[in-house]
Design a protein around this ligand. Structure first.
Ligand code: GLN
Length: 511
């Protein structure tokens, strides 16, 4: 499936990317909302849209490497089915004919789902994840599965056992991680929408580094059914899009209660797209002073400060808030809680119950050890060991239980901060995209990439990243917005206020 992906072998019969230009921006540069309008007006069919994006995948994949699986014939079949439905006058779903790329951690019926790990190389799920069911019900066209850090552990996509995805703005650099494939696919206009997962920043950080919008919903807002677990108390599925309108639209589709996930919350899903255009009067923005301490790149800081100024010009007031525990302990707490949960979740992959089995003839324990040693990469093994250690008797109180207590303090300080403001804002990532290989030998340096994103997952609140500028070297910078739980509606309105006044979200890289 990996190197011999059928995509690269088949004879391609669709026009090249350069030939597809409609109404100013090329088809592939359009947002999902624009593609929906285009189809309604008769300006394009779902099949022509699918062909344009498949052509983009084919042309750009050798450079970007965002996908681990694309089945062209299946993509065309899905698109033709949408066109047939439209022709027959049937009711169409809200994403009819819009291609969506899916992170390879989400189960897709009949399509390989590997978490970019050797241990799941041959896994073909017999069922769809809840969010995938929702996409199909909305008549979206699933264009392919995207590359990721193995089991979503990483910040650069370099931990994939398949390939390293490249940042479309500079292919010598990482796209961020762990959902780097999904972020790069949207940034490189290989799909207008994609899904990622965020356990400690894996949607917001790659969105920031690739110059697009990425949303980490409130814990419990989106069902985790069919999401292969990394750290169950932190994982959430969320959208990658070119703009806030598309993010609101995709959230309307994937959010909502699902009784198959016991942590999914039964609350109505607001019509996010309806209220988007309403600015928040008297908006109060909390700016945590600790988010601007040493370690923040000067060019990133300048873009964030300029974005805050823009908000002031739009009538917002900046409020000084403090998140001392988040700043000091979030990374440490996260690497205890997340690894502890991962060590338990990944125990099932032992070559007997699930996953790759070693060919070597040995006893039971030998089979477990060999299969896991062959199947899991270095980072995954490191985390299983760390998590098992933190949970072991004698150490559990000192590490795991202590971490849970600090986790509560982090939530408390967010609750205090939100008493003074509507949203909290700051940088998404301490630096713009770094060079491939720059941090791969230094796990601690890599872990610090998520210093601003992790506390949101620990607190279970909502967060997003929106494009807010570029460095002098032409690398995107992301502004992070954090909101109280289940306040995504307001968060989108606040994000849209800035977007409506700026044009960062309209930029596309020349791949
Ligand atoms: N980079 C963080 C990690 O390696 C977050 C990953 C994620 O959100 N999935 O754990």
């Amino acid at each position: 499936m990996y190197s011999a992906c059928p995509l690269y072998l088949s004879v391609f019969s669709v026009p090249s990317v350069a030939n597809i230009s409609l109404f100013g921006s090329t088809m592939i540069e359009k947002t999902a909302t624009e593609l929906l309008t285009l189809q309604k007006s008769g300006g394009a069919t779902a099949a022509s849209i699918a062909d344009a994006f498949l052509a983009a995948v084919r042309a750009r994949e050798p450079k970007v490497k965002a996908f681990v699986h694309v089945d062209e014939a299946d993509v065309r079949r899905q698109a033709e089915a949408v066109d047939a439905k439209r022709k027959a006058g049937s009711q169409l779903g809200v994403l009819a004919g819009v291609p969506v790329a899916i992170k390879d951690v989400l189960c897709t019926r009949g399509t390989p789902t590997t978490c970019s790990s050797k241990i799941l190389k041959n896994f073909v799920p017999p069922y769809d994840a809840h969010v995938v069911e929702k996409l199909r019900a909305a008549d979206a066209v699933l264009i392919g599965k995207t590359n990721m850090d193995e089991f979503a552990m990483g910040s650069s996509t370099e931990n994939s056992a398949v390939q390293t995805t490249r940042n479309p703005w500079d292919t010598e650099r990482i796209p961020g991680g762990s959902s780097g494939g999904s972020a790069a696919a949207v940034a490189a206009c290989q799909a207008p929408l994609s899904l990622g997962t965020d356990t400690g920043g894996s949607i917001r950080q790659p969105a920031a580094l690739c110059g697009i919008v990425g949303v980490k919903p409130t814990y419990g807002r989106v069902s985790r059914y069919g999401l292969i677990a990394f750290a169950s108390s932190l994982d959430q599925v969320g959208p990658f899009t070119h703009d806030v309108t598309d993010a609101a639209l995709l959230m309307e589709v994937i959010a909502g209660h699902d009784r198959r996930d016991s942590t999914s919350i039964d609350r109505p899903v607001p019509a996010y797209t309806k209220s988007l255009g309403e600015p928040i009067k008297g908006l109060k923005i909390g700016v945590p002073r600790e988010f601007f301490d040493a370690g923040l790149d000067a060019e990133v800081e300048a873009s964030i400060r300029a974005a805050l100024k823009e908000y002031q010009a739009l009538g917002a007031t900046l409020v000084d808030v403090s998140l001392p525990h988040s700043a000091k302990y979030a990374v440490a707490v996260y690497y205890i809680v997340a690894t502890a949960e991962a060590s338990s979740n990944l125990a099932r992959f032992d070559g007997m119950h699930y996953g790759h089995r070693t060919a070597e003839k040995t006893d039971l324990i030998g089979t477990y050890a060999k299969s896991r040693g062959e199947g899991f990469g270095k980072e995954v093994q490191r985390r299983i060991m760390l998590g098992s250690y933190a949970l072991s008797s004698g150490y559990k109180d000192a590490y795991y239980l202590k971490a849970l207590k600090v986790r509560r303090l982090i939530l408390n300080e967010f609750t205090d901060a939100f008493a003074k403001c509507d949203v909290v804002m700051g940088p998404t990532s301490p630096s713009a995209a770094f060079k491939i290989g720059e941090k791969s030998d230094n796990p601690l340096a890599m872990y610090l990439s998520d210093i601003y994103t992790i506390s949101c997952n620990l607190a279970g609140i909502a967060g997003m990243s929106i494009p807010c500028g570029f460095t002098k070297g032409g690398l995107p910078v992301g502004l992070q917005l954090l909101s109280p739980p289940f306040d995504e509606e307001k968060m989108f309105r606040v994000a849209r206020m800035y977007e409506a006044a700026t044009d960062w979200h309209t930029k596309r890289p020349a791949v």
